[in-house]
Design a protein around this ligand. Structure first.
Ligand code: SF4
Ligand code: SF4
Length: 130
């Protein structure tokens, strides 16, 4: 399961992800991270059954954590199966099925947002699920 973690760096450069790995024993795969002098945002991937322990420890350390069940959402009513999202996505989230309908494997998504802006029909949105 993917978690989007946001944390402030104003109170120091505490290595929050390393701290959570140490405290929980859960190995965290960092999919994407953007960190500057004020705050950091990291997309992490962890086993589903260890999600709650990681989420709780990160919250205890002051981070804001969003659970992303479905990172990218396809509106099938809007989609015209043009395939533009297949071309733009480097993670191979999209593919055609045998009937040339778009299939989404959002487990691979790293939330770069490129497909959302590339879709000519506004059929894709990023999950806001918490
Ligand atoms: S780019 Fe948009 S309309 Fe085209 S196949 Fe992908 S989701 Fe559907
Ligand atoms: S947000 Fe990025 S990684 Fe996720 S499906 Fe869209 S293009 Fe692919």
């Amino acid at each position: 399961m993917k978690l989007l973690v946001t944390f402030s760096r104003r109170e120091g450069r505490r290595p929050i992800i390393a701290q959570v790995v140490k405290d929980t024993g859960v190995l965290i795969n960092v999919v994407r991270a953007v960190i500057d002098s004020h705050e950091g945002e990291a997309l992490i991937d962890i086993p589903d059954d260890q999600c709650e322990i990681v989420r709780k420890r990160m919250a205890d350390l002051g981070a804001t954590v969003r659970i992303l069940e479905h990172a990218i959402i396809l509106d099938e009513e809007e989609c015209v199966d043009c395939g533009a999202c297949i071309s733009i996505c480097s993670q191979e989230v999209f593919s055609f099925d045998a009937a040339w309908k778009i299939v989404v494997n959002s487990v691979r998504c790293v939330l770069c947002g490129h497909c959302v802006t590339a879709c000519p029909h506004g059929a894709l949105t990023q999950s806001e699920e918490t």
